[in-house]
Design a protein. Structure first.
Length: 296
């Protein structure tokens, strides 16, 4: 999950005001700044995704640690307690922690008993925000452009995560932004999408979108996640011919969608030299319920 963690840090750094406005609106209204734990601490201890100092009337009054988690980490509760304690000690301010859980596996209990006083438990509490349960449809309507890459993590009302990723990529591509900024948003969105879709599925969606929306071809082709696949596809097309390349792409899509293909159907697809027919089969395969519907 290292790529996911790095992607969130990049997004947080580039979109700090929008991220706080979305996650901690009260904190932003008071004023805030990003701070760090001391560099001399071990990396595993000081590696908070975001440590924010809240300011009121020009005076710092509290700290908030934002932790973004994509998978299960057995020691996370104790690490969050340790980081909060160190932040409180170093800055002399009370500290709270917000955990952004990107998957069900990343969510942790919100209370940890760390000590007892006269047999009474002393608890460390964190707030857990389950991003994977939030409505992707609402976020697409209301989230600022900088946070659109988080939408593929969220829950689509119709359950179709492939369609959701396409919506997100199209919306980002249509933003009036410098090319470099828009491409970074596309990169982050495609990376976050791999939490719920395989890399193969993401590649297929982006490549199909590039074919249908030519203006998106260049930015999608240049995404680090997809560049190798695109280049391999170009090379395959040059050496095997368009029909064979399209036939293999169709078989890969059918495999991803778990649509069983008989040997006879496989031979029919691979032997087809009609590029238009292969294109039609590919489009049907994106939504078809059976292989018979695809090859009708």
């Amino acid at each position: 999950m290292g790529l996911i963690d790095t992607t969130f840090r990049e997004l947080a750094k580039a979109s700090f005001p929008d991220l706080l406005r979305y996650l901690l609106p009260d904190l932003l209204s008071q004023g805030s700044e990003v701070v760090e734990l001391p560099q001399e601490l071990p990396a595993t201890v000081r590696a908070t995704d975001l440590l924010v100092k809240a300011v009121r009337d020009g005076i710092a009054h509290r700290l908030v640690i934002l932790e973004c988690q994509a998978g299960r980490e057995p020691d996370l509760q104790r690490l969050m307690l340790l980081r909060a304690s160190l932040a409180t000690f170093y800055y002399g301010l009370p500290t709270s922690t917000l955990l952004l859980a990107l998957t069900p596996q990343a969510a942790v209990p919100e209370r940890l008993v760390f000590a007892y006083l006269d047999d009474e438990p002393l608890e460390y509490a964190v707030k857990v925000r389950r991003i994977y349960e939030e409505s992707a449809d609402l976020a697409l309507l209301h989230a600022p452009p900088a946070l659109l890459p988080l939408c593929p993590i969220m829950r689509p009302e119709n359950g179709d995560r492939s369609a959701l990723l396409e919506q997100v990529l199209l919306k980002i591509a249509q933003l009036d932004l410098p090319n470099e900024r828009r491409e970074r948003l596309l990169t982050w969105a495609s990376t976050f999408a791999t939490l719920h879709l395989t890399s193969v599925q993401v590649n297929l969606i982006c490549n199909d979108l590039s074919r249908r929306r030519p203006y998106m071809l260049q930015p999608l082709r240049d995404l680090p996640l997809l560049r190798d696949t695109y280049n391999e596809g170009v090379a395959d097309g040059e050496t095997k011919g368009k029909a064979e390349g399209k036939a293999e792409s169709l078989l890969l899509l059918l495999e991803v969608r778990i649509l069983p293909v008989t040997e006879e159907q496989r031979r029919r697809i691979l032997s087809c030299q009609d590029v238009r027919r292969l294109d039609a089969w590919f489009m049907r395969a994106l939504k078809g319920a059976t292989i018979e519907e695809v090859l009708a």
